[in-house]
Structures are given as C-alpha cells and as structure tokens.
Design a binder for this molecule. Structure first.
Ligand SMILES: CC(C)(COP(=O)(O)OP(=O)(O)OC[C@H]1O[C@@H](n2cnc3c(N)ncnc32)[C@H](O)[C@@H]1OP(=O)(O)O)[C@@H](O)C(=O)NCCC(=O)NCCS
Length: 297
C-alpha cells in the first residue's frame, strides 16, 4: 500500500491562480445638478465617478457644475478602449433629446429594488460571490462555492437575520447583503458579522449603500447591538465604504491570510447599532414581520 502524503492544508494560492479580470471599458453620462449631461469614457466606472465627485482627477466641466452632486445617468459597456472612444465621440454628437432618451432607458433598466432572498436565489448569489473568489482578495476563500453551499447558507442566514438582494428591473442580481452570527457562545447573541457584495459591473453606483443601510436598519430593529465587518487590508473601496456608513476600524490582524501570492491583513470594522444600557438586553427577534421589512425596503 502506498503511504498517503498527509494533507496539512490548502496548497498556497499563487498569483497565477488569480483568474484575469476581463478588461472593461465604459462610456458614461453624468447628470449635473443644473440638469446638464457630461460624457466620458473609463475603464473603472466606480473610480471615475468618485474622481468626478471629489474633484481629484475629474474633469473641469464637472468641477464647475456641482462636482460632489453629479450622478451617473448612463453607462454602456464597450469591447475595449478604442470602441469606447468611438462610442463616446458618437454620443457627444447626439442631440440633447437623444442623450436624454439614453439616460431615461438606462434609469428604467437599472432601477434597483431590494427584496429578501429565498434558497431558490442560490445560483445567482453563488455566481456573483464566486467572481470575487476567482478574481480577488476581498474574500479569503480559494475554491468557488457550490450552489448547494449557497442554498444552505441562505437558509441558515434567514433563521437569524436578513439576506437581502438588489435586483434590476429585468431581474439581474446587482448585489447582496447578509449577516451571520459573530460568535457561537451565548453572550455574543447580540452581535453579527455583516457582508456585502455588488456585481462587478455595478460597484460605486449606490447599490452597496442601499443594501447595507437597509440591512443595518433591519438588524437594529431585530435588537442586534454590534455589527462587525471583516475587511481585507488592501480593499480600499470597502474601507472607504464602511467608513462612509459609520463603521470604525478597531483592530488589524497583520499578514493573517495568503491568497494569490500575497500576504493579506484583515481589518475589523465595528458599527454599534444600539448603545449598551444598564439593564439586560431583550433577546434578539429572529424574524421581523413582512410589514416591518417592507417599511425598510
Ligand atoms: C464595497 C462595496 C460593497 C461598496 O458598494 P458600492 O455600491 O460600490 O458603494 P456605494 O456606491 O453604495 O457607496 C456608498 C458610500 O460609500 C462611499 N464610497 C464608496 N466608494 C467610494 C470611493 N471609491 N471613494 C469615496 N467614497 C466612496 C460613498 O461616500 C457612498 O456614500 P453615498 O451613498 O453618500 O454616496 C462594493 O464596492 C463591492 O461590492 N466591492 C467588491 C466586494 C467587496 O469588497 N465587498 C466587501 C467585502 S468586506
């Protein structure tokens, strides 16, 4: 009998294991507060939008037309930079009414609604999450989850907390947010770990914020006291996002994870949902009524 090599853990994931992120090029229109439209192209929609809004690396036009208040009004994915440049030039030549028609259709197609997930949403949620498993270090997971994993995950989450989905008008999953028990001992029963992921094509467009604000409001109503988020040290987007939503960084585990050929820090971010008072806390309500949920969503 051949002696088996003892398995001590996963084979370290190297940079080559990282699935290459498909190149992206976008043409976009921004709506300025005076109603005018500004057009441009970018390979990172979320970063470009924030550049316009912050004034750092944006454009002269948006700087002098309401900068922080400009909003995405239209986005179109193109095959590559050269296609995006051509399309940008074509859109810029359109009469105002046709630009407005593009913006109106985009707004209708991308109107987001939030709803509670069911186990039947497992395939869509799993596909979205696995994109980050395969391409990024936002999650420390190496191997993609299965649809069955997610079916069980959704069922388990819903026993204690919301599992929210953001969907476009035509039913495309744009993001999800949920919460898991923070630790298993009884005294931690008022604490949760929150999670949020947007579809790669729609980060920076307000979807994560809508999902997370709704999630946090529902958790607060259930009687949870503390929301923790675990954020990879190099995930700047998530750190800025958590800070904008009121979380504070409370601890860092240095070089605690290894994925795609690099050591990763893990940061702990905390948002107190309720102030601790002297009396014993009421038990967390495991479920909310349909009316309570509808009021928040
Ligand atoms: C992190 C993530 C969920 C944020 O969602 P999002 O839809 O991109 O964020 P939003 O556009 O809703 O931004 C919400 C707030 O964060 C702030 N923000 C987000 N990105 C920012 C940036 N790059 N610069 C400055 N502020 C930013 C804004 O102030 C915004 O506030 P507002 O609602 O008042 O405008 C999303 O980018 C994502 O899915 N990333 C990949 C997966 C991931 O990292 N998940 C988190 C794991 S811990």
């Amino acid at each position: 009998m051949t002696p088996e090599t003892p398995a001590y853990g996963p084979t370290p994931s190297t940079a080559a294991d990282c699935a290459p992120v498909p190149a992206a090029a976008w043409v976009y229109l921004l709506r300025c507060p005076d109603g005018s439209l500004y057009g441009g192209w970018t390979n990172d929609l979320a970063r470009r939008l924030k550049a316009h809004q912050s004034g750092k690396g944006g454009a002269k036009y948006t700087k002098s037309h309401g900068r922080a208040a400009v909003r995405l009004a239209y986005a179109e994915k193109c095959a590559d930079k050269s296609a995006a440049l051509k399309r940008e030039a074509a859109i810029k030549k359109l009469p105002k009414a046709e630009k407005e028609a593009l913006a109106a259709k985009w707004a209708a197609d991308n109107a987001i609604t939030l709803r509670m997930a069911t186990p039947d949403d497992a395939a869509a949620v799993c596909a979205l999450y696995n994109w980050y498993v395969r391409h990024g270090v936002q999650t420390f997971q190496y191997a993609p989850s299965t649809v069955e994993d997610y079916r069980v995950n959704i069922e388990q989450v819903l026993q204690n907390a919301p599992f929210l989905l953001a969907e476009s008008a035509d039913g495309r999953l744009q993001g999800f947010a949920c919460a898991h028990p923070w630790r298993t001992r009884e005294a931690f029963a008022w604490d949760v770990e929150t999670t949020v992921y947007c579809a790669p094509g729609c980060v920076g467009q307000g979807v994560g914020g809508r999902l997370y604000r709704a999630l946090l409001a529902l958790l607060k109503q259930q009687g949870y006291h503390q929301a923790y988020a675990l954020v990879t040290g190099c995930n700047t987007r998530s750190k800025v996002f958590h800070k904008a939503l009121g979380f504070k960084k409370i601890a860092v585990e240095r070089h605690t994870g290894y994925k795609f050929g690099q050591w990763l820090d893990l940061e702990y971010w905390l948002l107190p949902l309720r102030a601790p008072d002297a009396t014993a806390p009421a038990p967390v309500r495991k479920t909310l009524t349909a009316e309570e949920i509808a009021r928040v969503l």
